[in-house]
Write a protein that binds this ligand. Structure first.
Ligand code: KIV
Length: 296
């Protein structure tokens, strides 16, 4: 699923409409992925991919690879800032990362995560935080954790012009309340997730993300709503899939690291970097680097 062509409503920033030939003309940036493209993917029975990104190079590479959605996740807490949970990061922490990603992605839809403490107290607080991410972070949409309880907040944000992706199932910001990393929506609890998804869709969410939900429950949610769903540890029935990029590319690892069952590693970046850094260190210590070709 891609916006291979661009019409008025999907034209990329500053370039105007592109040809309807199915190709992007040379010299022009490709069409920006918009929320309606994600909806169209569901209608056509297609899938799309989302990855987290927190900086310029990751954003550029994933964008060039055709990843449709980039999430500046609050998982930056664990993957950038070195915290154990996502709870400590703030809007002010995430805004510069979001700007870097948004400035670097020419095509992907950039979604910013509302961190813990930035929307819980009132719909007005959600609107305020969402506005900051669109205005100061240059994001195109925000994601927020929580079920039907937050429907009023989602509604207020959508009314303010902020596209909202809702995140249900296991919600890491509630890790302490949920008693740790636990699969949600098993057995009778599936009905709760379906109700959450319906309430969030009715409130205007353009997409429902489900984390650590049995495949069967996720399939029922995907069938119960007309907006696309995205899964992480939610089986194969969702319209989209998301992974944290350091998990996907094998950057996270080392002693004692637990890799979740739902992660598929497509590279061993940790091994590659470890090897490069070791060889660089050895060369410096032995005097092999820099050579004459590196000197002025
Ligand atoms: O912050 C994040 O990376 C997320 C994904 C796990 C969906 O919310």
């Amino acid at each position: 699923m891609v916006p291979t062509t661009s019409d008025e409503s999907s034209a990329p920033y500053g370039t105007g409409p592109q040809p309807a030939s199915g190709r992007v003309s040379a010299g022009r940036p490709p069409a920006r992925v918009r929320i309606h493209h994600l909806a169209a993917a569901k209608e056509r029975g297609e899938h799309f991919a989302m990855l987290t990104a927190y900086d310029q190079y990751a954003a550029q590479i994933f964008d060039e690879a055709g990843i449709e959605v980039l999430l500046v996740g609050d998982s930056a807490a664990n993957n950038v800032f070195g915290y154990e949970t996502s709870l400590p990061v703030t809007v002010d922490d995430l805004l510069p990362l979001c700007r870097a990603v948004a400035r670097s992605a020419r095509r992907a839809l950039v979604v910013a995560d509302l961190p813990f403490g930035s929307y819980e107290t009132s719909p007005a607080q959600g609107v305020e935080s969402g506005v900051r991410f669109l205005k100061e972070g240059l994001a195109h949409a925000v994601k927020m954790e929580g079920g039907a309880f937050y429907a009023d907040t989602v509604r207020a944000m959508v009314q303010a012009g902020i596209p909202v992706m809702a995140h249900i199932g296991f919600t890491p910001q509630s890790e302490h309340a949920l008693g740790g990393y636990r699969v949600q929506g098993r057995g009778d609890d599936a009905a709760r997730l379906i109700e959450d998804a319906k309430a969030l869709e009715a409130a205007g969410a353009f997409c429902i993300l489900m984390e650590m939900v049995p495949a069967e429950t996720a399939a029922a949610v995907e069938a119960a709503v007309s907006v696309p769903t995205i899964g992480i540890g939610a089986g194969a029935s969702t319209t989209g899939q998301v992974l944290v990029w350091q998990d996907m590319a094998g950057l996270r690892g080392g002693e004692g690291t637990r890799i979740a069952k739902f992660v598929k590693q497509y590279a061993d970046l940790r091994g590659t970097l470890l090897d490069a850094a070791r060889r660089y260190g050895d060369d410096v210590r032995s005097g092999a680097f820099p050579g004459p070709e590196h000197s002025f």
